[in-house]
Design a protein around this ligand. Structure first.
Ligand SMILES: Cc1ncc(C[n+]2csc(CCOP(=O)(O)OP(=O)(O)O)c2C)c(N)n1
Ligand SMILES: [Mg+2]
Length: 726
């Protein structure tokens, strides 16, 4: 027996209360000999089930051992759970893994990636390339499994969306898969309401998740479960691997929730399967889930991590280390496996899962295709929408609806302009939908036109989503929506982007074109004080690879920002907007707001070949910087204003354009931005000046704050002149 600081005896390897393994061990020993003797026909269906389960287990063990890193224990334990789900329940056609009405399978325990890779391999799932075409290769070959965790392999350490066909979302940061799944389930509800016809059911898929103790401890999971219960998402089923082990040891160290009770409190239906190897009990719970139409379902499954390993089962070391050659041999022996084999896929296991899935899903798939063909005839407009959604395309002419705003000294807050622009686009793009974490009256993202509606329990055709005060889940749900053909947006205050960092990062990794709207973007928030005044947030967003950060400088730049964000197909955007009004610039005097698409552009220039000083501003500081420019001009100073709503877009321009905007010989430069200084050296150089926030803000009326921190026209003029003395 193993020893360790904390051991859960309840499911000890030799526990007579768990005889299942012993029984099949003998059976597999015999069976395996028979297979080696080349008589595959001798095994019956049950034996082939067990053989396939053990194939999943041993592939996981071997792959982790070969990579010399990874997580074998949970795939070993959950092999029967994943197998039963895929073989008997998941509606999934291995040859059409992009079938829109497939059930979604999310491995929220991303560290158990070898479970998913083994399932994809044994299910014979085919690869879909980046153009949406079948490549003729398997999604995961045995060779791919041997390349587990290697550079450019299809089997990275954690499942990565876009890298591997069949991976529905990138998982690894615990809790994210759970929260993504809520977005996927919400999407199905909306898609069903939007597309299904009395005689044509195009969407009725379920979403299944495998999650673990870590997921259950993460706050985002609680947020996601809470809203899923509220919305009565009966198409959502989470299977919780209650193995009571995490990295530091037994979960008793840090976790004693009654998870079932908790979920009952959220309004979920719950079930308890006391042994992960009890396929019949799991099947009963899954059937009950499929028959439930008023709540999501949680199935708690007790399992033993590292199941089958004589010395490592039920230990934390089975979580994240290779078992070791010797232990692998012992474990294979315990499974009745050829202990000297590695990456063995017995003939009887090779097609068993695939055949079962094909048999179960083929008719459904053909029926769906027929339904869709009829739907294309009877509902050509809707069918066109669905095709565009799948291809990530927008409706014809959607850009033409961009609003423009007349020059106005008093102007409007960009949050207000943003709301108008969004409403304009949303009327052209029926699958653009989103909402706020309880702040839409402030963020102005409500869709107010007729028919927009609210997405609510039992009435799922609305496009205004109400996330409640759950920013983290809001971001992750938006990612789940984006993974399900929807174009989602979210909104909250910029300061709370902190609460959304993980899903923003994952949207960038997954290349999902989610739009994250953040208003109340600076000390301009005023009296709410430093807790509500973002300082370092823009730096953080700009530091995220792939993410577009757009901080428009007036209403017309806001319209352009939305246009740019919605035109993205492979990157998320943040649109950062002000609470306070700012002037709508007269574009007959200053350059067109279309310059936003290039990230930075010369907004105002004194007409000389080379400026003496360049003033750079973003967002709410653009207006005051233009005023400062006018003052300098009146005093004969040859200045230039560069509006710089997006670093990322600017960095994408060629050197000639960048040098045109920022002539390298002009060293006198001032940046004006009500946010932290980090990164601005790149544009102002070592000798340039920064009118930025070097501390947290304070609670006071906005004009007092602007004066205190130097955001006044006079100060900009003063700092610009000082630059001329250099
Ligand atoms: C947000 C987040 N925090 C920490 C980790 C590191 N981590 C990976 S697995 C794990 C323990 C998870 O325990 P459990 O879900 O019970 O998985 P098991 O060991 O049972 O497979 C931790 C802390 C992570 N992946 N994501
Ligand atoms: Mg665990």
């Amino acid at each position: 027996m193993h020893s360790g600081p904390i051991v859960r005896h309840k499911h000890s390897w030799n526990d007579p209360a768990l005889p299942v393994l012993d029984i099949y061990l003998d059976a597999t020993a015999t069976r395996h000999e028979e297979i080696n003797m080349g008589s595959p026909a001798t095994s019956n269906a049950n034996e082939r089930d067990q053989l396939t389960i053990n194939t999943i287990r041993t592939l996981a063990m071997d792959a982790v051992q070969k990579a010399n890193s990874g997580h074998p224990g949970t795939p070993m334990a959950l092999a029967p759970v994943g197998y039963t789900l895929w073989k008997d329940f998941l509606r999934y056609h291995p040859e059409h893994p992009d079938w829109p009405n497939r059930d979604r399978f999310v491995l929220s325990v991303g560290h158990a990636s070898m479970l998913l890779y083994s399932l994809l391999h044994l299910a014979g799932v085919v690869e879909i390339d980046e153009h949406g075409k079948r490549s003729g290769k398997p999604a995961i070959s045995l060779e791919d499994i041997k390349q587990f965790r290697q550079l450019s392999s299809k089997t990275p350490g954690h499942p990565e969306y876009r890298m591997t066909t069949g991976v529905e979302t990138t998982t690894g940061p615990l809790g994210q898969g759970c929260a993504n799944s809520v977005g996927m389930a919400m999407a199905e509800r909306w898609l069903g309401e939007h597309f299904n016809q009395p005689d044509a059911k195009l969407f009725d898929y379920n979403v299944y998740v495998l999650c673990g103790d870590g997921d259950m401890m993460e706050g985002v999971t609680a947020e996601a479960a809470s809203i899923a219960g509220h919305l009565k998402l009966s198409n959502l089923c989470w299977i919780y691997d209650n193995n009571t082990i995490s990295i530091e040891g037994h979960t008793e160290l840090a976790y004693s929730d009654d998870v079932q009770k908790r979920f009952e409190g959220y309004g979920w239906k719950t079930h308890h399967v006391k042994d992960a190897n009890d396929a019949a009990a799991l099947a009963r719970s899954l059937k009950a889930f499929q028959q439930t139409d008023d709540a999501p379902t949680l199935i708690v499954v007790d399992s033993v991590i590292g199941y089958g390993s004589p010395n490592k089962h039920n230990t934390a070391s089975a979580h994240g280390e290779p078992l070791g050659e010797d232990e692998i041999k012992l474990t294979k022996k315990a499974y009745g496996w050829d202990e000297n084999s590695s990456f063995l896929v017995p003939e009887d296991a090779r097609h068993h899962l695939r055949d079962a899935m094909l048999e179960r899903s083929a008719d459904d798939y053909i029926a769906w295709q027929k339904t869709f063909a009829e739907f294309e005839e009877s509902q050509p407009e809707l069918a066109d929408q669905l095709q565009r959604m799948r291809a990530g395309e927008m409706p014809e002419g959607w850009r033409n609806t961009a609003l423009s705003f007349d020059a106005d000294k008093k102007g409007i807050a960009t949050r207000a302009a943003g709301g108008k622009v969004l409403n304009g686009f949303a009327q052209q793009i029926p699958w653009l939908m989103g909402g706020s974490a309880d702040l839409s009256p402030s963020t102005k993202t409500n869709l107010t036109f007729e028919g927009a509606g609210s997405f609510e329990a039992g009435s799922y055709n609305g496009r205004n989503l109400h996330f409640g005060v759950r920013e983290h889940a809001m971001g992750s749900i938006a990612n789940g929506l984006a993974l399900s053909y929807i174009r989602p947006y979210t909104s909250t205050f910029l300061v709370f982007s902190d609460y959304m960092k993980p899903p923003i990062r994952l949207a960038a990794i997954m290349e999902l074109p989610v739009v994250f709207v953040f208003t109340h973007d600076s000390i301009g928030v005023g009296e709410d004080g430093p807790t509500h005044q973002p300082i370092e947030h823009l730096t953080q967003l700009r530091a995220t690879p792939g993410l577009l950060t757009l901080r428009p400088g007036d209403a017309n730049e806001t319209a352009e920002a939305w246009k740019v964000a919605l035109a993205q197909t492979h990157r998320p955007s943040c649109i950062v907007l002000s609470r306070q009004p700012m002037p709508t610039l007269d574009r007959s005097i200053y350059a067109s707001a279309e310059g936003l698409a290039r990230g930075a552009y010369v907004l105002a220039d004194s007409g000389h070949e080379q400026p003496e000083v360049i003033l750079i501003a973003t967002g709410s500081e653009v207006g005051m910087t233009v005023e400062a420019f006018e003052k300098l001009k009146a005093e004969g100073v040859n200045a230039r204003v560069v509006s710089m709503p997006s670093w990322e877009l600017f960095e994408h321009q060629g050197k000639a354009y960048r040098d045109e905007v920022f002539p390298p010989s002009v060293k006198a430069r001032v940046v004006v931005e009500q946010a932290g200084p980090v990164g601005w050296d790149r544009y102002v150089g070592q000798s340039g000046a920064k009118i930025v926030m070097n501390t947290f803000g304070a609670s006071a009326p906005i004009d007092k704050l602007q004066a205190k921190f130097g955001f006044t026209v006079d100060n900009i003029v003063k700092v610009a002149k000082a630059q001329l003395q250099l």
